[in-house]
Write a protein that binds this ligand. Structure first.
Ligand code: SAH
Ligand code: SF4
Ligand code: F3S
Length: 492
């Protein structure tokens, strides 16, 4: 393969003297995106710069996803391509280290080396803080594997992102506050790949977000596999819940909007529902996976909630926050799912009305109880059900977007548009909104009247000046030590 080996930004510097470069390619969920950033931060401490392209990288990390068979298998074709790249670079006298991280690394470990011997290092999600030592070990002996669940907490050892790096990643950031899962839904690999549920302390989360806000981040999404099972320690050593954490985070100077994902219906506490009433910075949007509308299938999936529980939450949250919108995840074709069960899923979708959703064909995963079941559903039936469900959800999404026309919504501007004088941001409901406006709006929330709707975005007109411009926030005295002290008091 003839991928060019260039040195675009190091013009004039001999290749041997240039800084080492890392390229992390992320697959799967938002937690992997976050982890990829943290791995790049660890590498930065070791003197690596981020490569603009994979061809330029001395260190290639594939941060993998194991959730469905296709995602998992894709890694091997990616690895084949990276190996060819390495061979092309070798011709140019350059060395490339190949790392497989993420959930496939955790699930398959040394098996990855057997299928692709070019891999130098396999590292599971709980060991990213050990990357420097592991890379040194891999430079001496190729084929190092670390998929242990260490006693120490990686977050205590991962370096903070530099302000310049934070700025390069944009005004909206993810922050892991909870990781792992104890729920063991019978289709799912996550409890095995991410390990048991654990939560970061309120102080650690606040410290990270204060750093992000100071560098210009204006929106944070608190993430976790079951983010609403959050139970991190507060400053007094007591367990704090997600509602508390959201309220504390919303008060961090510079943070204009807060989100959280992904929630499990069983952990949707009354306090969290009330946070949607009482916390104006909390986006009126809830991603709440239901998976199926059939109680029989939900029981078989070991979800431990039924349709009634789900509808009850939807009713309660809409009662306190009528403008809230919902999104969800659905699996079609779980073993034993009948036409009648599937019809119940369609009925649930009709009854709730979703702004957006993710739909999946059931994928049998090694080591999960679902894979052992005899009554697997054939591919054709799964495909037909998927199509029907997707059409219904797409109609709902389009209707939701059309209903935005004429409304005035607070939009957080994130970047410039392709056309001069155009800015792009997000509505509270994660819709992309285009408007005519100055690039100085990036990082600010402005009131926007929605005047048009396209297939994947809305068109808006700014009707009120930005509530707080970036400059204003940065000039704001709230950034003094006083604000940090008041936050500490808040946490106590
Ligand atoms: N923790 C979250 C979601 C984790 S995985 C929750 O409990 O809802 C994201 C989504 O992938 C799941 O909600 C589910 O819809 C889907 N998924 C997980 N395992 C799957 C499998 N084996 N086959 C198909 N879809 C799956
Ligand atoms: Fe997977 Fe279920 Fe845990 Fe979500 S709650 S991560 S679907 S086992
Ligand atoms: Fe995939 Fe692991 Fe996320 S399996 S969805 S990358 S937790």
């Amino acid at each position: 393969m003839g991928a060019p080996v260039s040195d675009a930004s190091g013009a004039g510097i001999p290749l041997t003297d240039r800084a080492k470069r890392i390229f992390v390619k992320s697959f799967g969920c938002q937690m992997n995106v976050y982890d990829s950033h943290r791995m790049a931060d660890v590498a930065a401490q070791e003197g690596y710069q981020e490569a603009a392209t994979i061809e330029d990288a001395d260190l290639v990390v594939l941060n993998t996803c194991h959730i469905r068979e296709r995602a998992s298998e894709k890694i091997y074709s990616e690895l084949g391509k990276v190996r060819e790249l390495r061979e092309a670079r070798e011709v140019a006298g350059l060395k490339t280290t190949i790392v497989v991280a993420g959930c496939v690394a955790q699930a398959e470990g040394a098996e990855i080396l057997r299928r692709q011997p070019a891999v130098d290092l396999v590292v599971g999600p709980q060991n990213y803080h050990r990357l420097p030592q592991l890379l040194r070990a891999a430079s001496l002996r190729s084929g190092v594997v670390d998929t242990t669940f260490p006693v120490e907490d990686k977050f205590d050892h991962l370096p903070a992102s530099s302000p310049a790096t934070i700025r390069s990643r944009g005004v909206s950031a993810f922050v892991t506050v909870q990781e792992g899962c104890d729920k063991f839904c019978s289709f799912c690999v996550v409890p095995y790949t991410r390990g048991a549920e654990s939560s970061r302390s309120v102080a650690k989360v606040v410290q990270e977000i204060v750093g992000l806000a100071r560098a210009g981040v204006r929106e944070v999404t608190l993430i976790g596999q079951n983010v609403n099972a959050y139970h991190g320690q507060d400053e007094g050593g007591r367990a704090a819940d997600l509602a508390h954490l959201l309220n504390v985070v919303a008060k961090i100077p510079g943070i204009l909007r807060v989100r959280y994902t992904t929630s499990h219906p069983n952990d949707m506490s009354e306090a969290l529902i009330l946070a949607h009433r009482d916390n104006p910075s909390l986006a009126p949007y809830l991603h709440l996976p239901v998976q199926s509308g059939s109680n029989r299938i939900l029981a078989a999936m070991n979800r431990k909630h039924d349709v009634g529980d789900y509808m009850d939450i939807v009713g309660r949250i809409r009662a306190v926050r009528p403008d809230i919108a919902l999104s969800s995840d659905f699996i079609v074709g779980y073993p034993g799912e009948s036409d009648a069960d599937f019809q119940e899923t369609l009925d649930l979708v009709g009854a709730v009305g979703f702004a957006a959703s993710y739909t999946f064909k059931y994928s049998s995963r090694p080591g999960t109880p679902g894979a052992e079941l005899k009554n697997q559903i054939d591919e054709q039936t799964k495909s037909a059900r998927l199509l029907t469900l997707q059409q219904l959800l797409e109609d709902q999404r389009q209707a939701f977007n059309r209903a935005a026309v004429g409304r005035i919504m607070p939009v957080l501007f994130e970047k410039s548009g392709r056309h001069a004088g155009q800015v792009i941001g997000r509505s509270p409901y994660l819709q992309s909104v285009y408007a005519v406006g100055d690039a100085a709006l990036i990082g600010a929330i402005a009131d926007v009247e929605i005047i048009g709707v396209g297939p994947n975005s809305l068109r808006g007109r700014i009707v009120a000046p930005a509530s707080q411009s970036l400059d204003e926030i940065q000039r704001n005295a709230a950034f003094s030590g006083e604000a940090d002290a008041s936050l500490r008091k808040e946490n106590a």
